[in-house]
Design a protein around this ligand. Structure first.
Ligand SMILES: Cc1ncc(COP(=O)(O)O)c(C=O)c1O
Length: 476
């Protein structure tokens, strides 16, 4: 089987230059070969002691208590086989399950853990904040601090509203876009995920894609009637939608780099074209940066690609591991939000001091010089190493990364949209996934999810992961 790696170059961004679509080399680096030789007996030992007995017991009990045994479908192992692993603790780049197995983690709690899990400074700050209480239901100074940090960092945001999840942020921003424009139709892309609110559950990515659900029962037809969809990276399809729905489209929402169909970067002119077309049609451009915000660069995808949308949603990293979301944009739009304006949106725990504290200290760490260069360096090594190992074993693969976000597919590629992503060999991914778990490496249990690195991942973590992949590729 020939392995070819193809991809698109992407426009140069502020700090990290281009999107990295990696070209596989034919031989592994000397250092990884050396590493395999030195560690093979340790790895064999690790595999022998890999049992999931307690995890299975706890998960079997969980299945009787909660639907599917989980509180979010993306945690299910349906597409990779076996059962989800029940975790006991996390620290830095590692996780430990209830049977005592240790994993190098590339899920990072699905994105928030960009400075590493359970960071000492964040935990200390949380302990201090907690002494004053966990929720006031009234304004607190910490909200101002995080709001100022977000406004300073994210080019499109002049005012921000904190909520409790990415889903809430996307729900709020959609209502706001409709309120501001007085129009109702929206465009989203196939395979992009914007949370689980009714209007977005049309050709959605993430767990909806992983579980092969076309749309969800329970979503009334009326809720998705105004949702139009197009393939990602397809400008012509967008032009056609604006043409056939002239004057009716309130907004276009997208993941500026897709993470919910696996990692899919935009083609070089794609985001610029969307910005132009939305402007020409008096529609708002919304970047859903719940995943990419503070991950591709400190100012998110919009800073990285140099494109300023009208509105932005955030989540994950700005809560530093506690439940937070946010939406923001130009002042004239944001002033429509209640109580400044008439568009209603509220939240009992929104802006609570604990979540604000975790966000503030996570962002402070990211501000330190070299953070994104470090993410870029280790993620490059990781993805290149995995692709090289796959190629050496004769697998067709492609993949890429930007800073701390990455992905790879078991297909020659190129992957420009969800249909391309679906060509990936899911059965092979499942075998790879199980093999990597036994080797102590934890990826997202789906081919349709991006992976994440953190400032806590070490060169040794990356080397160990590549060596593990090298062994697993040979036996799948
Ligand atoms: C791009 C994007 N938008 C929205 C969401 C929803 O966020 P949450 O899971 O916090 O509701 C996610 C979740 O992964 C996401 O990746």
């Amino acid at each position: 089987m020939a392995a070819t790696f193809t991809g698109v170059g992407v426009g140069i961004g502020l700090s990290c230059s281009t999107s990295k679509i990696l070209q596989s080399k034919t031989s592994p680096s000397r250092s990884s070969r050396y590493y395999v030789k030195m560690t093979v007996s340790v790895e064999e030992e690790k595999k022998k002691s890999f049992t999931l007995q307690k995890s299975e017991e706890i998960f079997n009990a969980a299945k009787e208590l909660m639907p599917g045994g989980v509180n979010s479908p993306v945690r299910a192992f349906k597409s990779v086989g076996g059962q989800p692993i029940v975790m006991d603790s996390v620290k830095g780049s590692h996780m430990w399950d209830v049977d005592g197995n240790e994993y190098i983690d590339y899920v990072g709690s699905w994105g928030p853990a960009i400075i590493g899990h359970a960071d000492d400074e964040v935990l200390a700050a949380l302990a201090e904040t907690m002494k004053k209480g966990t929720s006031f239901g009234a304004p607190c100074p910490l909200e101002n601090i995080l709001a100022e940090m977000v406004i300073k960092a994210v080019p499109s945001i002049e005012m921000v509203r904190f909520v409790n999840s990415g889903t809430e942020a996307c729900m709020g921003v959609l209502r706001l876009a409709r309120a501001f424009t007085g129009k109702e139709k929206i465009i989203k892309f196939e395979g992009c995920y914007h949370g689980h609110a009714d209007p977005f559950l049309v050709k959605a990515g993430s767990g909806v894609a992983t579980l092969g659900l076309p749309d969800s029962p329970g979503v009334p037809q009326g809720a998705t009637y105004e949702t139009l969809t197009a393939p990602y990276n397809d400008i012509e399809a967008i032009e056609n939608l604006f043409e056939t729905n002239k004057g009716g489209i309130a907004a276009l929402i997208l993941e500026p780099v897709v993470g919910n169909s696996g990692f899919i970067p935009p083609k070089s002119d794609f985001l610029h074209a969307l910005s132009r077309i939305t402007k020409e049609n008096n529609a708002l451009l919304i970047f859903d940066e719940v995943m990419t915000g503070f991950r591709l660069s400190y100012g998110g995808a919009q800073e990285y690609f140099g494109i300023t949308p009208d509105l932005t949603t955030l989540g994950k990293i700005i809560g530093g591991g506690l439940p937070v979301g946010a939406y923001g944009g130009r002042r004239e739009i944001m002033e429509m939000v209640a109580p400044a304006g008439p568009m209603y949106q509220a939240g009992t725990l929104s802006g609570n001091p604990l979540a604000m504290t975790a966000g503030i200290h996570t962002l402070k760490r990211l501000q330190k010089p070299g953070s994104y260069e470090y993410l870029d360096k280790i993620t490059n090594q990781l993805v290149q190493g995995i692709l090289d190992a796959g190629k050496k074993a004769g697998h067709a693969m492609c993949g890429g990364y930007i800073a701390g976000m990455f992905g790879f597919f078991f297909t020659e590629g190129p992957v420009h949209n969800f249909s391309d992503a679906k060509k990936s060999d899911a059965a092979k991914f499942a075998r790879f996934y199980r093999g990597m778990l036994e080797e102590g490496v934890y990826f997202a249990p789906s081919q349709f999810e991006a992976g994440f690195t953190s400032l806590a991942h070490t060169a040794e973590d990356i080397e160990q992961t590549i060596s593990a992949a090298d062994r697993v590729f040979q036996r799948i």
